[in-house]
Design a protein around this ligand. Structure first.
Ligand code: COA
Length: 258
């Protein structure tokens, strides 16, 4: 079904297709690329921006945020050009319609051109950006390790068992990291669902005692699905997770880009 319709069938039955791109990924599972953000943009990257990127940049006040956006859009197009085997400047990025309300402005990110069955998700935080590519709905989130008022946020974000775990098991940096781990697991899943953080986070159990991977239930209202969430190990002060439908074949492959 073309982008432009509300189509939530993908959340029920992800179908593998046989384009060259999906063959590239089928044996690989979900691929995730990360790259460092330095605060300055390469002029060559500006040439890869599409009109909607320039429009968005015109509303970006922070030079650092603008540089990060330019770098990330160029990285995303360069990575996808390898996956899809087309020049990076022919890749048009956009959005799918929101699976909840159908609005084309705030659905999950998509490759609009060339036509592809692949799904993408991206995330940015201080010093790091990421792109995930998969044959089925995918969500990725990365957070910079920083001081977080975990006690103040717990009641709005955590399930009762997550809160108990955080308060009774961990202290200091370990507590902060564990909170951010639960956060990235939740946000990755909600990006894969396609709705973002618009639902009750205290209803999503991320199983913090489960290290490395967790099976997490979340979905559109009344239509829960199970997601397989993998924690990503990055060589820097970041916490990241990627989510894809549980039960699909393949592994999660992490790459550095740039
Ligand atoms: C999606 C969301 C969680 C991202 O939050 P964030 O932590 O600030 O940002 P991140 O850097 O981790 O991710 C940003 C990316 O999320 C993606 N994103 C935006 N909306 C998304 C959605 N509905 N589903 C999946 N991914 C989405 C975009 O690709 C965006 O990248 P871009 O800035 O390069 O365009 C947040 O923007 C959100 O919850 N948005 C609300 C979506 C909405 O309005 N839904 C309505 C349901 S009716």
């Amino acid at each position: 079904m073309p982008i432009g319709f509300i189509d939530v069938s993908y959340l029920q039955a992800p179908a593998f297709q046989t384009s060259s791109a999906s063959r590239w990924l089928l044996s690989r599972g979900t691929d995730v690329w990360w790259w460092p953000i330095t605060g300055t943009a390469d002029p060559a990257d500006v040439a890869l921006l599409q009109p909607s990127d320039h429009e968005r940049l015109s509303h970006t006040r922070s030079p650092a945020r603008a540089a990060e956006f330019i770098t990330s859009r160029a990285r995303i197009r360069t990575i996808l050009s390898t996956v899809l085997d087309v020049p990076p400047d022919l890749i048009e990025l956009g959005r799918r319609n929101c699976p909840c309300c159908g609005d084309p402005e705030h659905g999950p990110p998509a490759v609009l051109r060339p036509e592809t069955p692949l799904w993408i998700s991206n995330s940015h935080t201080e010093g790091c950006s990421m792109l995930a590519v998969s044959d089925s709905p995918v969500g990725v989130d990365v957070e910079h390790m920083r001081a977080v008022r975990t006690d103040a946020l717990a009641s709005a974000v955590l399930t009762r068992s997550e809160d108990t775990y955080l308060r009774t098991v961990l202290e200091g940096t370990a507590r902060t990291k564990s909170f951010l781990r639960m956060w990235t697991r939740k946000e990755a899943v909600l990006k894969a669902v396609g709705i973002g953080i618009t639902t009750d986070l205290t209803a999503i159990e991320t199983h913090p005692r489960s290290e490395g991977t967790a099976r997490i239930v979340a979905g559109l209202s009344g239509r829960p699905l199970t997601w397989s969430v993998s924690d990503l190990s990055l060589p820097g002060p970041w916490v990241a997770s990627v989510a894809h439908r549980d039960g699909l074949p393949g592994t999660v492959n992490l790459h550095r880009a740039g």
